[in-house]
Write a protein that binds this ligand. Structure first.
Ligand code: MYR
Length: 282
């Protein structure tokens, strides 16, 4: 039986301990403050990032991992594995997916399958965790990729930013050009459509946006179902915790995670962002 390794980029924000437990390798993206480049998690923590963002004059930018870093990681894993599955954030918001493919094309020693999660953060993490479970059961790259594709139909994610200017500044807000002036003053519910971020519904307040996201979840998930749910926050754990507690009571068969928007995604969403995503597991 062949052995399949699983890689995910850092924006899945799977805690290190969980990655170790599931045997998942992480390749970091970069966050850049002025002249300084930090590989997220390796060189900059979540806490340091939000502190720096609050106190800096010039806001940060981000970049994908280098081809070299992917190739080096493939090479290291190649010594022990027969195939590799890479789970990346959406190709509509980052060049990471293309870079992982370019590195795979330069690396001929073993097959590398690159999966575009079409989302990011812990929801991307759910795909990586599922890939790792299957790999640990001995499934090969093709079978894992087929299962991950299937799961796209069973996955949803909605989120909101406290200040939409960050997304606008980073050029990651699509479909809002006509409304941009008014959009920036409200708290639209956002989601991914065709791999890109677009407004789902224009809502005035955070309370209404959250209520909308909750109602989308409630109409999609039954109480008996087994599912993974993530409540994701941009340095506002105090807002995420009560939501997660409520969801745990409401969905006893679901695993409810609290996760965060780390440095790279935090650069584009800004502090105070909140999101809820879920994946049906039946
Ligand atoms: C890069 O520089 O390649 C990284 C660009 C990352 C853009 C992030 C945009 C916000 C994504 C929000 C995801 C929310 C998922 C629930």
């Amino acid at each position: 039986m062949g052995k399949t390794a699983v890689i995910t980029d850092s924006t899945s924000y799977i805690p290190e301990e969980t990655r170790k437990q599931y045997n998942i390798t992480m390749v970091p993206l970069n966050v850049i403050f002025g002249e300084e480049t930090f590989k997220e998690e390796w060189d900059i923590t979540f806490e340091d990032f939000y502190y720096k963002m609050k106190h800096t004059e010039k806001l940060p930018t981000t970049s994908q991992p280098s081809i070299g870093l992917f190739e080096e990681t493939y090479r290291e894993l190649g010594a022990e594995y027969d195939e590799i599955v890479v789970v990346t954030l959406s190709s509509g918001i980052s060049g990471t997916f293309q870079t992982a493919i370019a590195a795979a094309n330069m690396f001929e020693e073993l097959p590398v399958h690159v999966f575009d999660s079409e989302v990011s953060c812990m929801i991307q993490g759910f795909y990586a965790l599922e890939a790792a479970k299957l790999a640990n059961e001995g499934k090969d790259g093709r079978a894992i990729m087929a299962r991950l594709e299937e799961l796209k139909e069973k996955t949803s994610a909605y989120f909101m930013a406290d200040d939409l200017n960050h997304l606008h500044r980073g050029g990651r807000l699509n479909g809002a050009q006509l409304f941009i002036g008014s959009m920036l003053k409200v708290k639209p519910v956002l989601h991914f459509e065709d791999k890109k971020i677009v407004p789902y519904e224009k809502v005035r307040t955070e309370r209404k946006a959250l209520a909308k996201i909750r109602s989308l979840l409630d109409s999609d998930l039954t109480q008996e179902e087994s599912a993974s749910i993530a409540v994701i926050h941009g340095n506002c754990l105090d807002k995420a915790e009560p939501i997660a507690d409520e969801l745990r009571g409401q969905y006893p068969n679901a695993d409810v995670y609290i996760s965060h928007f780390g440095p790279v995604i935090g650069t584009h969403l800004g502090p105070g962002a909140l999101g809820i995503g879920w994946m049906h597991l039946d």
